[in-house]
Design a protein around this ligand. Structure first.
Ligand code: FNR
Length: 191
């Protein structure tokens, strides 16, 4: 048995029937051994207000606690108007503040997007990856998983049924967990 790894999954959609929320549920079925995936719903996070960053609202305190408790982050996001949804950027901004106290710093991260459109949300992914540079998050580069035409890849219960996509998601999770293990035990990797 290897050291347990905890991933925090965050969806960029608040929609009850969200495909991206469904991606996080599918990820739970595809985790490598000794890994768990906890899901944080962004529904309770208020709009960012820098006046409150030194004493943030309770849901933000909880978000930062959950990020810090996790070994890695998995974002599953839609693309809104060629970028990431405001609710996701809002949460990223809250948890990055105040300056010098970002909960994201150094976290291994992977991302996946799902869209009913034909590009799968890949443009939102590139905007997110841009944020990872300043946030100092260690992103998995490959595989890139942008789930296009999502309506054909999930069943009516929101289960991811498209086998090639399930395999890519499993690969992505393996890469993320490998990064998380390396970050936890750097001496083992260097040896
Ligand atoms: C969208 N959608 C969308 N899709 C896309 O591929 N590129 C885009 O730029 C946009 N823009 C966009 C803006 C807004 C405001 C909405 C509400 C939707 C469609 C989007 O991919 C689709 O609604 C997904 O199903 C949303 O993801 P969830 O909620 O299913 O996770």
């Amino acid at each position: 048995m290897s050291e347990p790894i905890l991933i925090l999954g965050i969806a960029g959609s608040l929609r009850s029937q969200s495909y991206n929320k469904a991606v996080l549920r599918a990820a739970r079925e595809l985790l490598p051994a000794d890994t768990t995936l906890d899901i944080f719903d962004l529904g309770g996070i208020p709009p960012f207000n820098q006046d409150q960053e030194l004493a943030p609202p309770a849901p933000v305190v909880e978000l930062k606690r959950r990020i810090r408790a996790a070994d890695a982050i998995l974002f599953a996001t839609p693309e809104y108007n060629y970028s990431m949804p405001g609710v996701l950027k809002n949460a990223i901004d809250w948890a990055s503040r105040p300056y010098g106290d970002s909960a994201w710093n150094g976290k291994p991260v992977a991302l996946v997007s799902a869209s009913v459109g034909m590009f799968g949300g890949v443009r939102a992914q590139y905007h997110l990856r841009q944020c990872f540079v300043f946030l100092n998050m260690d992103a998995v580069l490959q595989p890139e998983l942008a789930i296009a035409d999502a309506a054909s890849k999930f069943d009516s219960q929101g289960k991811l049924t498209h086998e090639p996509t399930r395999q890519l998601l499993a690969q992505l999770l393996q890469k993320l967990v490998a990064k998380a293990r390396a970050a936890k035990s750097p001496q083992r990797v260097a040896a």
